[in-house]
Design a protein around this ligand. Structure first.
Ligand SMILES: [Zn+2]
Length: 340
């Protein structure tokens, strides 16, 4: 029995969506993942500028710390503000005291030049020493040339590719198109409709998958390592773990919370040092999977990073002022909504 655990890792996030909560409704009601992308996320991402990216990352990082999450694997897209965007996110997370691995999601949605600029941003950030991977939005929004270029850049830099794979049926061809490219250091997100096993780690996002009605990813059907992600809906990994557990049990009554615990543990392959972060929780059995999956509302009280710095005390960030982050984020959210 202990109320202390290592820091938690979010295996797939979109920090840029932190300000999207409460955004104006789309003109018509989306019926597929593609329509959701077209009417919600692709209208949002084109409106992102430097200040919106910065404050959305600050707010997302603070909320992560408040959930005991000390490391985030982020996937970013801002087609009107590509150059330098990854450094804005990395700087914001560093200011708060959260580790981040970020990446720019390359796509041909904005033509070959947009894809080239996205690749260049990944390369710039990684060559300057940024922590990240090479990002691709998804196979179905990229040409074969772009997919090959991203895979080649990732291989050259030893970085791996972070890509959405067969989230919805619109991307049903992803398995065939990625089969000759994927490698063990790739991060394959969703894999709900994937028709074959690909090398890499699968990022499972149960809440997002349920919200988008794409079906159950059934991550235990593959032998790949599985990491839990939120797909941009916060970074509360114990909450995501509880949902992952009941979704797993809905499919298999014999399943154990130890499986979900393993998915949380997989995060340490990306952030080994997060194992040495110390999170003190509001509940005494925080290290017991069978307790945690039945204990909604557990909160992180204190977070001490490896090395000894306390970045969350009594539930509040120590490096930044929570009220200021919320106020500045609200200003940027109002600007963002005005554009939508
Ligand atoms: Zn995603």
């Amino acid at each position: 029995m202990a109320n202390v655990t290592p820091g938690l890792v979010c295996g797939h996030h979109h920090l840029y969506s932190a300000l999207a909560r409460g955004m104006p409704a789309p003109p018509t009601r989306p019926r597929t993942v593609l329509e959701l992308l077209e009417q919600v996320w692709w209208r949002l991402d084109v409106a992102l500028d430097e200040e919106i990216i910065r404050w959305s990352a600050m707010l997302g990082a603070v909320e992560a710390l408040q959930s005991g999450t000390t490391a985030i694997i982020d996937h970013h897209e801002s087609p009107s503000c590509i150059e330098g965007s990854l450094s804005i996110i990395a700087d914001a997370c560093a200011e708060v005291g959260v580790r981040v691995n970020t990446t720019y999601g390359v796509t041909d949605r904005h033509g070959a030049d947009g894809a080239r600029r996205g690749l260049a941003e990944n390369e710039r950030y990684l060559r300057e020493g940024g922590r990240g991977m090479v990002g691709v939005h998804a196979a179905f929004t990229c040409t074969d040339e772009t997919l090959a270029a991203a895979a080649g850049l990732a291989a050259d830099l030893g970085a791996g590719v972070h890509i959405h794979v067969a989230e919805g049926i619109d991307d049903i061809g992803a398995g065939a198109r990625l089969a000759s490219l994927a490698a063990d250091d790739w991060l394959l997100v969703h894999c709900v409709h994937l028709d074959r096993q690909l090398p890499g780690t699968n990022a499972h996002n149960p809440r997002s998958n349920m919200n988008n009605a794409v079906g159950y990813a059934r991550p235990t059907r593959w032998s790949n390592p599985v990491v839990l992600g939120t797909d941009g809906i916060g970074a509360d990994m114990l909450e995501e773990g509880r949902l992952a557990y009941v979704r797993l049990r809905e499919d298999d009554i014999t399943a154990s919370p130890d499986t979900v615990w393993q998915w949380l543990e997989t995060g340490y392959t990306f952030f080994p040092e997060a194992r040495d972060d110390r999170v003190t929780w509001s509940y005494d059995h925080a290290d017991s999977p069978w307790h945690v999956v039945f204990t909604p509302g557990m909160r992180a009280v204190d977070v001490e990073l490896a090395g000894g710095e306390v970045v969350l005390r009594d539930g509040l960030p120590t490096r930044v002022d929570l009220a200021e982050v919320r106020a500045r984020s609200a200003e940027q959210a109002a600007r963002l909504f005005a554009q939508l």
